[in-house]
Design a protein around this ligand. Sequence first.
Ligand SMILES: Nc1ncnc2c1ncn2[C@@H]1O[C@H](COP(=O)(O)O)[C@@H](OP(=O)(O)O)[C@H]1O
Ligand SMILES: [Mg+2]
Length: 414
Amino acid sequence: MVKGKVHDPKVNSARLPSPTTSPTRVAIGGDRSLKSPNPELGLLHNADSPSGSGEFDNMEAEKYSEELDVAVRAVHLACSLCQRVQEGLVSTSSDHVKSKDDDSPVTVADWSVQAMISWILSEHFGSHYVSIVAEEDVESLSNPDSAADSLGNSQVLDAISRCNSSGGPTGRHWVLDPVDGTLGFVRGDQYAIALALIEDGKVVIGVLGCPNYPMRKEWLNYHHQHYRAMTESLLPSPLSWEEGCVMYARKGSGKAWMQPLIHGDEKLEWPNFAKSIQVSSVDDPAQATFCESMERANTNHSFTAGLAHSVGLRKEPLRVYSMVKYAAIARGDAEIFMKFARAGYKEKIWDHAAGVLIVQEAGGVVTDAGGRHLDFSKGMYLEGLDRGIIACCGVPLHDKIVGAIFASWDSSNL
Ligand SMILES: Nc1ncnc2c1ncn2[C@@H]1O[C@H](COP(=O)(O)O)[C@@H](OP(=O)(O)O)[C@H]1O
Ligand SMILES: [Mg+2]
C-alpha cells in the first residue's frame, strides 16, 4: 500500500510561485500561513488587472483573488503529491489501485488530494463556511479493502467527509475532482487535479493542475512514460524536459494563466511567473485538432469520427485522459474537444467546471450539443445537458460542429 502523503513536510514546506512576475513569494507551509490573511494576495489580481484600469476595474479584479490564490497553491501541492504517488504506482503492483462500487479505479492519491484540499480550504476560510462537492466519498474508505489503513488518522477522514455538499443554485460551493482521469493516472499517463468555485450557480474560478502536461504539444500523443524517456535522451539539458502546469482563470477577467509546475527542490527557487494563455486562432477545420476521451466507454468514438468527417477535420483525433483536454484547448494546443457519453450517463460538475471556465476565459466557447451553456446550478450533475459537450477555440468551428450534430443526430444510433 502506498503511504498517504497528506502531511508530507517536504510538500507542505514548498513555496509556491505567485501567479505574477512579482519576485515576492509566500510559503503555504504551516498552519499559520494558511490561517492568516495573506498580505501578498494582491499579486493574483494584479495579474488579472487590465492595464490603466480604474477603481471599478480594481474592485472587479480583486473579487475572488483570495480564493484564487489559495486554490492555485492548493492545486500545486496536490500536483506534487500526485506525482510522487504516480511514480510509486507505475513502479509497483496494481495492489495500490482499488475499485469503487461502479468499478472505476481509485487510488490513495484521490483520497489524499481530497483530504489535503479540503483541509487547506477549511483552514483558510473556516470549515463552517466551506461547502465542497467532490468525487470521493468517505464510505468507500470505510471499505475494509480500501486505502484507509494508509491514510489512517481521523483528521484526514474528517477532511474527506467534509466534502459532502451536493452544490446547488445558491451560495458558494467548491467543486473538486482530486484525480480526474484516474485510468490515465494509474497507467502512468495524463491526469488532472481540478478545483473550481461556483457561486450562485456560476463557475467563478477554475484551477486545473496537469502534472504530466508535456512541453511540446505533439507529445500529448505519446504515453507519458514514453515521451519522458524519449526527451531525456534527445534534449540537451535536464530542464528541457520539465513538464506539468497549473492553469487558472477568474470569471469575467477575459484572461487565463498558466504556471509551470514546481519540481522537487526547485520548489523553493523557481522563478515566480505566470504566463497568459489563449486559445488557438485556427478556424479552418482542415488545420484543427480535435481531442476526445481515450476511453471508448466514456464517449462515442464513431459518432465523433462521423462529425469530424462531415465538418472537414482531417487530423487524427488526439485521445487524452482527463480534463487535460480542456487544458489543451485553453493553451492553444488543440482546437476542439467533444464528448458524447452513452445515453443515461449523467455528467458530473467536477469533471467540467474548472476546465470550462479556463477555456472560456482563454477565449474559447463551451456548450452542450444544442449550443446551450452548461448549467452548474443544479447540484452535482450537469442536469439538462443536451446530448454532449463541445468545447472549441472559437465560434466558427463551434458553429460548424453544432450544425453537423443537428444534421446527423437523427440518423445516428445514439
Ligand atoms: N460511462 C461514462 N461515460 C462518460 N464519462 C464517464 C463514464 N464513466 C466515467 N466517466 C467520467 O469520465 C472521466 C474521465 O474522462 P476521460 O475519459 O476524458 O479521461 C472520469 O473521471 P474520473 O477519472 O475522475 O473518474 C469519469 O467521471
Ligand atoms: Mg473526473
